[in-house]
Design a protein around this ligand. Structure first.
Ligand code: ADQ
Length: 547
Protein backbone atom coordinates (compact mmCIF):
# COMPACT_ATOMS: atom_id res chain seq x y z
CA UNK A 1 0.00 0.00 0.00
CA UNK A 2 2.90 2.36 0.55
CA UNK A 3 3.22 2.32 -3.26
CA UNK A 4 0.46 4.98 -3.32
CA UNK A 5 2.22 8.32 -3.05
CA UNK A 6 -0.51 10.08 -1.11
CA UNK A 7 -3.28 8.82 1.16
CA UNK A 8 -6.02 6.33 0.44
CA UNK A 9 -9.45 7.90 0.73
CA UNK A 10 -12.10 5.25 1.21
CA UNK A 11 -15.60 6.28 0.24
CA UNK A 12 -18.61 4.13 1.11
CA UNK A 13 -22.25 4.78 1.77
CA UNK A 14 -21.82 4.14 5.49
CA UNK A 15 -18.91 4.88 7.76
CA UNK A 16 -17.67 1.93 9.86
CA UNK A 17 -19.42 3.54 12.82
CA UNK A 18 -23.05 4.37 13.06
CA UNK A 19 -24.54 7.14 15.16
CA UNK A 20 -27.83 6.07 16.71
CA UNK A 21 -30.19 8.38 18.52
CA UNK A 22 -32.01 6.92 21.51
CA UNK A 23 -34.35 8.50 24.01
CA UNK A 24 -31.40 8.55 26.42
CA UNK A 25 -29.07 10.33 23.95
CA UNK A 26 -26.78 9.64 21.02
CA UNK A 27 -24.66 6.49 20.81
CA UNK A 28 -21.91 5.15 18.56
CA UNK A 29 -22.32 1.62 17.20
CA UNK A 30 -20.40 -0.50 14.71
CA UNK A 31 -21.87 -0.73 11.23
CA UNK A 32 -23.03 -4.24 10.34
CA UNK A 33 -22.76 -6.06 7.02
CA UNK A 34 -20.02 -7.48 4.88
CA UNK A 35 -18.53 -4.29 3.48
CA UNK A 36 -17.97 -2.66 6.87
CA UNK A 37 -16.62 -5.90 8.40
CA UNK A 38 -14.11 -6.49 5.61
CA UNK A 39 -12.92 -2.91 5.18
CA UNK A 40 -12.56 -2.24 8.90
CA UNK A 41 -10.38 -5.34 9.22
CA UNK A 42 -8.35 -4.59 6.11
CA UNK A 43 -7.85 -0.95 6.90
CA UNK A 44 -6.71 -1.38 10.51
CA UNK A 45 -3.44 0.52 11.08
CA UNK A 46 -3.49 2.13 7.61
CA UNK A 47 -3.46 5.91 7.46
CA UNK A 48 -6.00 7.76 5.36
CA UNK A 49 -9.52 9.10 5.42
CA UNK A 50 -12.87 7.28 5.37
CA UNK A 51 -15.81 9.26 3.97
CA UNK A 52 -19.41 8.13 4.37
CA UNK A 53 -22.79 8.69 5.95
CA UNK A 54 -22.77 8.45 9.75
CA UNK A 55 -26.25 6.99 10.01
CA UNK A 56 -28.04 9.99 11.50
CA UNK A 57 -29.45 13.23 10.20
CA UNK A 58 -26.76 15.87 10.67
CA UNK A 59 -26.50 18.06 13.74
CA UNK A 60 -23.74 19.45 15.91
CA UNK A 61 -23.41 16.25 17.99
CA UNK A 62 -21.99 14.23 15.06
CA UNK A 63 -18.50 15.71 14.64
CA UNK A 64 -17.29 15.23 18.25
CA UNK A 65 -18.51 11.62 18.13
CA UNK A 66 -16.60 10.99 14.90
CA UNK A 67 -13.45 12.57 16.33
CA UNK A 68 -13.79 10.25 19.32
CA UNK A 69 -14.29 7.19 17.08
CA UNK A 70 -11.22 8.16 15.00
CA UNK A 71 -8.99 8.24 18.12
CA UNK A 72 -9.01 4.44 18.15
CA UNK A 73 -8.32 4.26 14.41
CA UNK A 74 -5.42 5.06 12.12
CA UNK A 75 -7.58 7.07 9.72
CA UNK A 76 -9.88 10.02 10.12
CA UNK A 77 -13.64 9.91 9.53
CA UNK A 78 -15.58 12.48 7.51
CA UNK A 79 -19.32 12.36 7.29
CA UNK A 80 -21.58 13.21 4.37
CA UNK A 81 -24.75 14.97 5.47
CA UNK A 82 -27.88 13.29 4.13
CA UNK A 83 -31.46 14.35 4.70
CA UNK A 84 -34.30 11.99 5.54
CA UNK A 85 -35.56 12.36 1.97
CA UNK A 86 -32.09 11.38 0.68
CA UNK A 87 -32.15 8.26 2.80
CA UNK A 88 -35.63 7.33 1.61
CA UNK A 89 -35.04 7.91 -2.11
CA UNK A 90 -31.31 7.31 -2.53
CA UNK A 91 -30.54 4.55 0.01
CA UNK A 92 -33.83 2.72 0.47
CA UNK A 93 -35.08 3.77 -2.98
CA UNK A 94 -32.55 3.74 -5.82
CA UNK A 95 -29.86 1.64 -4.14
CA UNK A 96 -32.02 -0.96 -2.40
CA UNK A 97 -35.28 -1.04 -4.36
CA UNK A 98 -33.66 -0.88 -7.81
CA UNK A 99 -29.95 -1.70 -8.00
CA UNK A 100 -29.82 -4.33 -5.22
CA UNK A 101 -32.63 -6.55 -6.59
CA UNK A 102 -31.68 -5.98 -10.24
CA UNK A 103 -28.01 -6.82 -9.72
CA UNK A 104 -29.07 -9.95 -7.82
CA UNK A 105 -31.14 -11.10 -10.84
CA UNK A 106 -34.50 -10.28 -9.26
CA UNK A 107 -35.98 -7.62 -11.57
CA UNK A 108 -39.55 -8.33 -10.47
CA UNK A 109 -38.66 -6.91 -7.04
CA UNK A 110 -37.55 -3.55 -8.55
CA UNK A 111 -39.45 -0.32 -8.12
CA UNK A 112 -38.21 1.89 -10.99
CA UNK A 113 -39.42 5.16 -9.50
CA UNK A 114 -37.94 8.07 -11.56
CA UNK A 115 -37.72 10.26 -8.44
CA UNK A 116 -35.23 7.78 -7.03
CA UNK A 117 -32.89 8.42 -9.97
CA UNK A 118 -32.93 12.20 -9.45
CA UNK A 119 -32.05 11.78 -5.77
CA UNK A 120 -29.39 9.18 -6.55
CA UNK A 121 -27.60 11.65 -8.83
CA UNK A 122 -27.94 14.41 -6.27
CA UNK A 123 -26.59 12.31 -3.38
CA UNK A 124 -23.66 11.06 -5.48
CA UNK A 125 -22.81 14.75 -6.05
CA UNK A 126 -22.97 15.31 -2.26
CA UNK A 127 -20.46 12.52 -1.67
CA UNK A 128 -18.26 13.86 -4.48
CA UNK A 129 -18.29 17.35 -2.93
CA UNK A 130 -16.88 16.00 0.37
CA UNK A 131 -14.27 13.94 -1.50
CA UNK A 132 -13.30 16.99 -3.59
CA UNK A 133 -12.71 19.01 -0.39
CA UNK A 134 -10.53 16.21 1.00
CA UNK A 135 -8.56 14.69 -1.88
CA UNK A 136 -5.20 15.91 -3.09
CA UNK A 137 -3.63 15.01 -6.40
CA UNK A 138 -1.41 12.21 -5.01
CA UNK A 139 -4.23 10.57 -3.07
CA UNK A 140 -6.07 7.51 -4.29
CA UNK A 141 -9.85 7.69 -3.99
CA UNK A 142 -11.35 4.22 -3.52
CA UNK A 143 -15.13 4.21 -3.88
CA UNK A 144 -17.11 1.20 -2.70
CA UNK A 145 -20.29 -0.30 -4.00
CA UNK A 146 -23.48 0.29 -5.88
CA UNK A 147 -24.63 3.30 -3.89
CA UNK A 148 -21.90 5.48 -5.40
CA UNK A 149 -21.50 4.55 -9.06
CA UNK A 150 -21.65 8.19 -10.26
CA UNK A 151 -19.08 9.79 -7.93
CA UNK A 152 -16.06 9.65 -10.26
CA UNK A 153 -18.03 11.44 -12.99
CA UNK A 154 -18.92 14.26 -10.55
CA UNK A 155 -15.34 14.44 -9.29
CA UNK A 156 -13.94 14.69 -12.83
CA UNK A 157 -16.42 17.49 -13.56
CA UNK A 158 -15.18 19.26 -10.44
CA UNK A 159 -11.62 19.00 -11.81
CA UNK A 160 -10.32 16.49 -9.23
CA UNK A 161 -7.18 14.85 -10.67
CA UNK A 162 -6.55 12.07 -8.13
CA UNK A 163 -6.65 8.47 -9.30
CA UNK A 164 -9.97 6.80 -8.56
CA UNK A 165 -11.02 3.19 -8.19
CA UNK A 166 -14.40 1.51 -7.76
CA UNK A 167 -15.12 -1.89 -6.25
CA UNK A 168 -18.53 -3.53 -6.63
CA UNK A 169 -19.22 -5.74 -3.60
CA UNK A 170 -22.36 -7.25 -5.13
CA UNK A 171 -22.74 -9.19 -8.41
CA UNK A 172 -22.94 -7.47 -11.80
CA UNK A 173 -25.84 -8.84 -13.87
CA UNK A 174 -25.93 -10.11 -17.44
CA UNK A 175 -26.99 -7.71 -20.24
CA UNK A 176 -30.53 -9.13 -20.43
CA UNK A 177 -31.08 -8.09 -16.80
CA UNK A 178 -29.00 -4.90 -16.75
CA UNK A 179 -30.70 -3.42 -19.80
CA UNK A 180 -34.01 -3.27 -17.91
CA UNK A 181 -32.53 -0.32 -16.03
CA UNK A 182 -33.89 2.92 -17.51
CA UNK A 183 -30.60 4.71 -16.70
CA UNK A 184 -28.25 2.05 -18.02
CA UNK A 185 -26.09 4.14 -20.37
CA UNK A 186 -25.36 7.02 -17.96
CA UNK A 187 -24.41 4.52 -15.26
CA UNK A 188 -22.02 2.61 -17.53
CA UNK A 189 -20.45 5.84 -18.77
CA UNK A 190 -20.05 7.13 -15.20
CA UNK A 191 -18.35 3.88 -14.14
CA UNK A 192 -15.82 4.31 -16.94
CA UNK A 193 -14.67 7.55 -15.29
CA UNK A 194 -12.92 5.40 -12.66
CA UNK A 195 -9.33 4.36 -13.38
CA UNK A 196 -9.84 0.88 -11.93
CA UNK A 197 -13.15 -0.98 -11.79
CA UNK A 198 -13.10 -4.15 -9.69
CA UNK A 199 -15.52 -7.07 -9.39
CA UNK A 200 -15.79 -10.02 -7.01
CA UNK A 201 -15.69 -12.72 -9.68
CA UNK A 202 -14.93 -13.40 -13.32
CA UNK A 203 -18.63 -13.86 -14.07
CA UNK A 204 -19.35 -10.30 -12.84
CA UNK A 205 -16.52 -8.82 -14.85
CA UNK A 206 -17.55 -10.65 -17.98
CA UNK A 207 -21.19 -9.51 -17.52
CA UNK A 208 -19.98 -5.91 -17.21
CA UNK A 209 -17.97 -6.16 -20.42
CA UNK A 210 -20.90 -7.78 -22.26
CA UNK A 211 -23.10 -4.85 -21.11
CA UNK A 212 -20.52 -2.38 -22.41
CA UNK A 213 -20.33 -4.16 -25.74
CA UNK A 214 -24.10 -4.24 -26.12
CA UNK A 215 -25.00 -0.79 -24.78
CA UNK A 216 -21.96 1.36 -25.57
CA UNK A 217 -20.61 0.00 -28.86
CA UNK A 218 -18.15 2.92 -29.13
CA UNK A 219 -16.20 1.48 -26.19
CA UNK A 220 -12.94 -0.30 -27.05
CA UNK A 221 -12.18 -3.39 -24.97
CA UNK A 222 -8.80 -5.05 -25.04
CA UNK A 223 -8.76 -8.50 -23.52
CA UNK A 224 -5.63 -9.66 -21.75
CA UNK A 225 -5.36 -12.78 -19.65
CA UNK A 226 -5.61 -10.75 -16.46
CA UNK A 227 -7.16 -7.31 -16.30
CA UNK A 228 -9.07 -5.89 -19.21
CA UNK A 229 -8.50 -2.42 -20.58
CA UNK A 230 -11.54 -0.41 -21.57
CA UNK A 231 -11.36 2.88 -23.44
CA UNK A 232 -14.00 5.53 -24.01
CA UNK A 233 -13.57 9.11 -25.26
CA UNK A 234 -9.84 9.30 -24.60
CA UNK A 235 -10.00 7.71 -21.14
CA UNK A 236 -8.86 4.22 -20.22
CA UNK A 237 -9.94 2.07 -17.29
CA UNK A 238 -8.49 -1.15 -15.93
CA UNK A 239 -11.25 -3.70 -15.31
CA UNK A 240 -10.34 -6.59 -13.02
CA UNK A 241 -11.49 -9.37 -10.72
CA UNK A 242 -10.56 -9.05 -7.03
CA UNK A 243 -12.37 -11.59 -4.79
CA UNK A 244 -12.69 -10.12 -1.30
CA UNK A 245 -11.38 -11.98 1.76
CA UNK A 246 -11.52 -11.73 5.55
CA UNK A 247 -8.92 -11.06 8.25
CA UNK A 248 -8.25 -14.78 8.66
CA UNK A 249 -5.60 -14.43 11.35
CA UNK A 250 -7.87 -12.31 13.55
CA UNK A 251 -10.79 -14.76 13.27
CA UNK A 252 -8.54 -17.73 13.94
CA UNK A 253 -6.83 -16.04 16.86
CA UNK A 254 -10.11 -14.97 18.47
CA UNK A 255 -11.70 -18.38 17.92
CA UNK A 256 -8.83 -19.94 19.90
CA UNK A 257 -9.55 -17.87 23.02
CA UNK A 258 -10.61 -19.98 26.04
CA UNK A 259 -13.79 -17.98 26.62
CA UNK A 260 -14.91 -18.68 23.02
CA UNK A 261 -14.14 -22.38 23.50
CA UNK A 262 -16.18 -22.35 26.73
CA UNK A 263 -19.07 -20.57 25.03
CA UNK A 264 -18.96 -23.03 22.11
CA UNK A 265 -18.99 -25.95 24.57
CA UNK A 266 -22.03 -24.40 26.28
CA UNK A 267 -23.87 -24.19 22.93
CA UNK A 268 -22.98 -27.80 22.14
CA UNK A 269 -24.23 -28.94 25.54
CA UNK A 270 -27.62 -27.45 24.74
CA UNK A 271 -27.94 -29.47 21.52
CA UNK A 272 -26.42 -32.62 23.09
CA UNK A 273 -25.20 -35.06 20.40
CA UNK A 274 -27.25 -33.52 17.62
CA UNK A 275 -25.62 -32.43 14.39
CA UNK A 276 -25.62 -28.64 14.64
CA UNK A 277 -26.30 -26.86 11.34
CA UNK A 278 -25.67 -23.11 11.30
CA UNK A 279 -27.03 -20.35 9.06
CA UNK A 280 -25.95 -16.72 9.66
CA UNK A 281 -27.28 -13.95 7.44
CA UNK A 282 -28.55 -10.43 7.16
CA UNK A 283 -32.30 -10.87 6.80
CA UNK A 284 -32.28 -10.35 3.04
CA UNK A 285 -34.26 -12.09 0.30
CA UNK A 286 -31.04 -12.73 -1.68
CA UNK A 287 -29.69 -14.94 1.12
CA UNK A 288 -32.15 -17.76 0.40
CA UNK A 289 -33.39 -18.22 3.98
CA UNK A 290 -36.91 -19.51 3.17
CA UNK A 291 -35.41 -21.88 0.58
CA UNK A 292 -32.93 -23.12 3.20
CA UNK A 293 -35.72 -23.77 5.70
CA UNK A 294 -37.70 -25.68 3.07
CA UNK A 295 -34.63 -27.80 2.30
CA UNK A 296 -34.23 -28.56 6.00
CA UNK A 297 -37.91 -29.52 6.22
CA UNK A 298 -37.43 -31.84 3.24
CA UNK A 299 -34.47 -33.47 5.00
CA UNK A 300 -36.64 -34.21 8.04
CA UNK A 301 -39.47 -35.55 5.88
CA UNK A 302 -37.27 -37.68 3.65
CA UNK A 303 -34.94 -39.06 6.32
CA UNK A 304 -37.09 -39.69 9.44
CA UNK A 305 -34.08 -41.21 11.19
CA UNK A 306 -32.54 -37.70 11.30
CA UNK A 307 -35.39 -36.39 13.49
CA UNK A 308 -34.20 -35.74 16.99
CA UNK A 309 -30.57 -35.84 15.81
CA UNK A 310 -30.08 -32.66 13.81
CA UNK A 311 -30.75 -29.03 14.77
CA UNK A 312 -30.67 -25.94 12.58
CA UNK A 313 -29.63 -22.71 14.28
CA UNK A 314 -30.62 -19.84 11.98
CA UNK A 315 -29.26 -16.44 13.04
CA UNK A 316 -30.51 -13.38 11.21
CA UNK A 317 -29.54 -9.79 11.73
CA UNK A 318 -32.39 -7.35 11.05
CA UNK A 319 -31.74 -5.40 7.85
CA UNK A 320 -33.40 -2.63 5.77
CA UNK A 321 -36.63 -3.08 7.71
CA UNK A 322 -38.16 0.09 6.26
CA UNK A 323 -38.39 -1.51 2.78
CA UNK A 324 -41.62 -3.49 2.14
CA UNK A 325 -39.89 -6.55 0.56
CA UNK A 326 -37.89 -7.01 3.77
CA UNK A 327 -40.92 -6.78 6.08
CA UNK A 328 -42.63 -9.56 4.09
CA UNK A 329 -39.52 -11.67 4.25
CA UNK A 330 -39.41 -11.56 8.04
CA UNK A 331 -43.01 -12.76 8.23
CA UNK A 332 -42.33 -15.53 5.70
CA UNK A 333 -39.24 -16.78 7.59
CA UNK A 334 -40.96 -16.70 10.97
CA UNK A 335 -44.00 -18.56 9.61
CA UNK A 336 -41.80 -21.28 8.12
CA UNK A 337 -39.82 -21.68 11.36
CA UNK A 338 -43.00 -22.13 13.36
CA UNK A 339 -44.48 -24.55 10.78
CA UNK A 340 -41.37 -26.74 10.83
CA UNK A 341 -41.18 -26.69 14.62
CA UNK A 342 -44.92 -27.40 14.80
CA UNK A 343 -44.57 -30.37 12.48
CA UNK A 344 -41.52 -32.05 14.04
CA UNK A 345 -40.82 -30.92 17.62
CA UNK A 346 -40.60 -33.77 20.15
CA UNK A 347 -39.98 -33.70 23.90
CA UNK A 348 -36.37 -32.57 24.33
CA UNK A 349 -35.82 -31.60 20.66
CA UNK A 350 -36.74 -28.44 18.71
CA UNK A 351 -35.57 -28.69 15.09
CA UNK A 352 -35.06 -24.98 14.31
CA UNK A 353 -33.59 -22.44 16.73
CA UNK A 354 -34.27 -18.98 15.34
CA UNK A 355 -32.25 -15.97 16.54
CA UNK A 356 -33.29 -12.55 15.23
CA UNK A 357 -30.63 -10.12 16.41
CA UNK A 358 -27.14 -8.83 15.80
CA UNK A 359 -24.70 -11.18 17.55
CA UNK A 360 -21.59 -9.78 19.18
CA UNK A 361 -18.32 -11.05 17.73
CA UNK A 362 -17.72 -13.48 20.63
CA UNK A 363 -21.14 -15.08 20.34
CA UNK A 364 -20.82 -15.33 16.55
CA UNK A 365 -17.42 -17.01 16.85
CA UNK A 366 -18.75 -19.43 19.46
CA UNK A 367 -21.54 -20.50 17.07
CA UNK A 368 -19.05 -20.87 14.20
CA UNK A 369 -16.86 -23.07 16.42
CA UNK A 370 -19.73 -25.13 17.79
CA UNK A 371 -21.34 -25.89 14.42
CA UNK A 372 -20.91 -29.18 12.55
CA UNK A 373 -22.23 -27.80 9.27
CA UNK A 374 -22.09 -24.23 7.92
CA UNK A 375 -25.05 -23.83 5.58
CA UNK A 376 -24.52 -20.84 3.26
CA UNK A 377 -27.10 -20.91 0.50
CA UNK A 378 -27.75 -17.45 -1.00
CA UNK A 379 -29.73 -17.29 -4.24
CA UNK A 380 -27.10 -14.83 -5.44
CA UNK A 381 -24.25 -13.14 -3.55
CA UNK A 382 -21.22 -11.05 -4.51
CA UNK A 383 -18.96 -13.12 -2.25
CA UNK A 384 -20.48 -14.08 1.17
CA UNK A 385 -18.08 -13.58 4.02
CA UNK A 386 -19.98 -15.84 6.41
CA UNK A 387 -18.67 -18.85 4.45
CA UNK A 388 -15.09 -17.64 4.97
CA UNK A 389 -15.58 -16.65 8.63
CA UNK A 390 -16.99 -20.12 9.37
CA UNK A 391 -13.84 -21.75 7.92
CA UNK A 392 -11.49 -19.39 9.78
CA UNK A 393 -13.19 -20.15 13.11
CA UNK A 394 -13.14 -23.95 12.54
CA UNK A 395 -9.85 -24.42 14.30
CA UNK A 396 -10.77 -28.02 15.26
CA UNK A 397 -11.38 -28.83 11.57
CA UNK A 398 -14.60 -30.66 12.50
CA UNK A 399 -17.07 -28.75 10.38
CA UNK A 400 -18.37 -29.13 6.82
CA UNK A 401 -19.20 -26.15 4.62
CA UNK A 402 -22.15 -26.32 2.24
CA UNK A 403 -22.17 -23.33 -0.07
CA UNK A 404 -24.30 -22.06 -2.93
CA UNK A 405 -22.94 -22.15 -6.45
CA UNK A 406 -24.39 -18.63 -6.87
CA UNK A 407 -22.26 -16.99 -4.17
CA UNK A 408 -18.86 -15.60 -5.18
CA UNK A 409 -17.48 -17.87 -2.45
CA UNK A 410 -18.82 -20.94 -4.33
CA UNK A 411 -16.25 -21.07 -7.14
CA UNK A 412 -13.47 -19.99 -4.79
CA UNK A 413 -14.16 -22.69 -2.18
CA UNK A 414 -15.44 -25.46 -4.42
CA UNK A 415 -12.47 -27.75 -3.85
CA UNK A 416 -13.27 -28.26 -0.15
CA UNK A 417 -16.96 -27.38 0.23
CA UNK A 418 -20.12 -29.18 -0.89
CA UNK A 419 -21.55 -27.00 -3.65
CA UNK A 420 -25.33 -26.80 -4.05
CA UNK A 421 -28.02 -25.05 -6.06
CA UNK A 422 -30.15 -23.37 -3.33
CA UNK A 423 -33.27 -23.70 -5.50
CA UNK A 424 -32.86 -27.47 -5.54
CA UNK A 425 -34.26 -28.35 -2.09
CA UNK A 426 -33.70 -32.02 -2.71
CA UNK A 427 -30.00 -31.48 -3.47
CA UNK A 428 -29.55 -29.31 -0.36
CA UNK A 429 -31.33 -31.91 1.81
CA UNK A 430 -29.07 -34.62 0.40
CA UNK A 431 -25.98 -32.43 0.99
CA UNK A 432 -27.03 -32.01 4.63
CA UNK A 433 -27.49 -35.77 4.97
CA UNK A 434 -24.10 -36.45 3.37
CA UNK A 435 -22.35 -33.82 5.52
CA UNK A 436 -23.91 -35.29 8.68
CA UNK A 437 -22.56 -38.73 7.76
CA UNK A 438 -19.12 -37.70 6.53
CA UNK A 439 -16.15 -39.39 8.17
CA UNK A 440 -14.03 -37.32 10.55
CA UNK A 441 -11.05 -37.83 8.24
CA UNK A 442 -12.82 -36.44 5.18
CA UNK A 443 -14.16 -33.49 7.16
CA UNK A 444 -10.67 -32.70 8.40
CA UNK A 445 -9.05 -32.80 4.95
CA UNK A 446 -11.76 -30.68 3.41
CA UNK A 447 -11.70 -28.10 6.20
CA UNK A 448 -7.90 -27.94 6.19
CA UNK A 449 -7.98 -27.14 2.50
CA UNK A 450 -10.70 -24.52 2.90
CA UNK A 451 -8.84 -22.82 5.71
CA UNK A 452 -5.70 -22.65 3.60
CA UNK A 453 -7.59 -20.99 0.74
CA UNK A 454 -9.29 -18.47 3.04
CA UNK A 455 -5.98 -17.74 4.75
CA UNK A 456 -4.13 -17.16 1.48
CA UNK A 457 -6.81 -15.02 -0.13
CA UNK A 458 -7.35 -12.76 2.85
CA UNK A 459 -8.55 -9.17 3.01
CA UNK A 460 -5.02 -7.76 3.06
CA UNK A 461 -4.22 -9.48 -0.20
CA UNK A 462 -7.47 -8.16 -1.66
CA UNK A 463 -6.49 -4.59 -0.81
CA UNK A 464 -2.95 -5.03 -2.13
CA UNK A 465 -4.03 -6.54 -5.40
CA UNK A 466 -6.59 -3.80 -6.02
CA UNK A 467 -4.12 -1.02 -5.29
CA UNK A 468 -1.50 -2.67 -7.48
CA UNK A 469 -3.89 -2.50 -10.41
CA UNK A 470 -4.03 1.30 -10.22
CA UNK A 471 -2.23 2.65 -13.27
CA UNK A 472 -0.20 5.83 -13.14
CA UNK A 473 -1.99 9.02 -14.11
CA UNK A 474 -0.06 9.17 -17.40
CA UNK A 475 -1.13 5.69 -18.36
CA UNK A 476 -4.78 6.39 -17.70
CA UNK A 477 -4.96 9.78 -19.27
CA UNK A 478 -3.01 8.61 -22.34
CA UNK A 479 -0.43 11.40 -22.17
CA UNK A 480 2.79 11.31 -24.16
CA UNK A 481 4.96 8.40 -23.17
CA UNK A 482 1.95 6.50 -21.81
CA UNK A 483 2.11 2.73 -21.73
CA UNK A 484 0.47 0.66 -24.40
CA UNK A 485 -2.62 -1.23 -23.30
CA UNK A 486 -0.89 -4.56 -23.20
CA UNK A 487 1.73 -3.07 -20.89
CA UNK A 488 -0.99 -1.74 -18.61
CA UNK A 489 -2.66 -5.10 -18.53
CA UNK A 490 0.29 -6.91 -17.03
CA UNK A 491 -0.46 -9.77 -19.38
CA UNK A 492 0.95 -13.20 -18.61
CA UNK A 493 2.38 -13.36 -22.11
CA UNK A 494 5.53 -11.33 -22.52
CA UNK A 495 7.71 -9.87 -19.82
CA UNK A 496 6.36 -8.71 -16.47
CA UNK A 497 5.50 -5.04 -16.40
CA UNK A 498 6.57 -2.33 -14.03
CA UNK A 499 3.54 -1.19 -12.10
CA UNK A 500 2.87 2.42 -11.37
CA UNK A 501 4.36 1.91 -7.92
CA UNK A 502 7.70 0.65 -9.13
CA UNK A 503 6.90 -2.98 -8.24
CA UNK A 504 6.63 -5.85 -10.64
CA UNK A 505 3.16 -7.16 -11.24
CA UNK A 506 2.38 -10.66 -12.40
CA UNK A 507 -0.89 -12.42 -12.74
CA UNK A 508 -2.13 -15.15 -10.43
CA UNK A 509 -2.93 -17.98 -12.86
CA UNK A 510 -5.34 -19.65 -10.45
CA UNK A 511 -7.39 -16.52 -9.87
CA UNK A 512 -7.18 -14.43 -13.04
CA UNK A 513 -7.50 -10.81 -12.19
CA UNK A 514 -5.57 -11.06 -8.98
CA UNK A 515 -2.24 -9.40 -9.49
CA UNK A 516 0.71 -10.75 -7.56
CA UNK A 517 3.60 -8.61 -6.56
CA UNK A 518 6.68 -10.56 -7.54
CA UNK A 519 9.80 -9.96 -5.53
CA UNK A 520 12.99 -11.79 -6.30
CA UNK A 521 14.23 -11.11 -2.77
CA UNK A 522 11.38 -12.68 -0.86
CA UNK A 523 10.06 -15.69 -2.73
CA UNK A 524 7.29 -17.51 -0.95
CA UNK A 525 5.83 -20.85 -1.78
CA UNK A 526 2.25 -20.54 -2.85
CA UNK A 527 0.36 -23.83 -2.83
CA UNK A 528 -2.20 -24.77 -5.47
CA UNK A 529 -5.20 -26.75 -4.32
CA UNK A 530 -7.41 -29.50 -5.50
CA UNK A 531 -9.56 -32.00 -3.67
CA UNK A 532 -9.26 -35.53 -4.95
CA UNK A 533 -12.14 -38.02 -5.06
CA UNK A 534 -11.00 -39.45 -1.73
CA UNK A 535 -11.22 -35.97 -0.26
CA UNK A 536 -7.54 -35.84 0.61
CA UNK A 537 -5.60 -32.66 0.32
CA UNK A 538 -3.28 -32.58 -2.63
CA UNK A 539 -0.77 -29.88 -3.21
CA UNK A 540 -0.71 -29.83 -6.96
CA UNK A 541 2.31 -27.70 -7.46
CA UNK A 542 4.03 -24.72 -6.00
CA UNK A 543 4.79 -21.43 -7.52
CA UNK A 544 7.29 -18.93 -6.30
CA UNK A 545 5.94 -15.44 -5.87
CA UNK A 546 4.78 -12.93 -3.38
CA UNK A 547 1.30 -11.54 -3.55
P1 ADQ B 1 -23.44 -8.67 2.92
O1 ADQ B 1 -24.61 -8.82 2.00
O2 ADQ B 1 -23.69 -7.91 4.15
O3 ADQ B 1 -22.17 -8.04 2.18
P2 ADQ B 1 -21.79 -11.02 3.80
O4 ADQ B 1 -20.61 -11.01 2.92
O5 ADQ B 1 -22.27 -12.39 4.12
O6 ADQ B 1 -23.01 -10.21 3.23
O7 ADQ B 1 -21.41 -10.32 5.17
C1 ADQ B 1 -22.27 -10.30 6.26
C2 ADQ B 1 -21.49 -9.89 7.51
O8 ADQ B 1 -22.40 -9.62 8.55
C3 ADQ B 1 -20.55 -10.96 7.98
O9 ADQ B 1 -19.34 -10.37 8.36
C4 ADQ B 1 -21.27 -11.59 9.17
O10 ADQ B 1 -20.42 -12.03 10.19
C5 ADQ B 1 -22.12 -10.44 9.66
N1 ADQ B 1 -23.39 -10.96 10.21
C6 ADQ B 1 -24.39 -11.55 9.55
N2 ADQ B 1 -25.38 -11.89 10.39
C7 ADQ B 1 -25.00 -11.52 11.61
C8 ADQ B 1 -25.60 -11.56 12.91
N3 ADQ B 1 -26.82 -12.07 13.14
N4 ADQ B 1 -24.90 -11.04 13.93
C9 ADQ B 1 -23.68 -10.51 13.74
N5 ADQ B 1 -23.07 -10.43 12.55
C10 ADQ B 1 -23.73 -10.91 11.50
C11 ADQ B 1 -21.91 -7.47 0.88
C12 ADQ B 1 -22.18 -8.38 -0.30
C13 ADQ B 1 -21.45 -9.69 -0.12
C14 ADQ B 1 -19.96 -9.45 0.06
C15 ADQ B 1 -19.70 -8.38 1.12
C16 ADQ B 1 -18.24 -7.95 1.15
O11 ADQ B 1 -23.58 -8.61 -0.43
O12 ADQ B 1 -21.66 -10.54 -1.23
O13 ADQ B 1 -19.32 -10.65 0.46
O14 ADQ B 1 -20.48 -7.21 0.89
O15 ADQ B 1 -17.78 -7.60 -0.12
Amino acid sequence: MNEIKGRVINVSNRLPVLIRRHASGTRLERSSGGLATALEAGWRDQPGVWIGWAGATPDESIEPLLVRAARRRSYTLRSVALTEEDIAKFYSGFANEIIWPLFHDMPSRCNFDPEYWATYQNVNRKFAAVVAETAQEDDFVWVHDYHLMLTAASLRQAGVRANMGFFLHIPFPSPDIFEKLPWKQPILKALLEFDVIGFQGDRDRSNFVSCLERLLPEVAVERGTSHLLVGLAGRRSVVGTFPIGIDFEAFEHDAERPEIAAHAAEIRKRVADDVLVLGVDRLDYTKGIPERLKSFRLLLRRFPEMRGHITLVQVVVPSREEIPNYKHLRREVELLVSQINGEFTEPGWVPVHYIHRNLGREELLAYYRAADIGLVTPLKDGMNLVAKEFCAAQIDERGVLIVSEFAGAGPELRSGAIIVNPNDFSQVAQALYDAAHMTAEEKRSRMRLLRQIVKDHNVHRWIRSFLQAVPSSDQVKGGSGSASWSELDGATVGPPIASSFGSVVRVDQKMPGVALLASALSPRTRPRYAMGRDAKLHLLRSAAGED
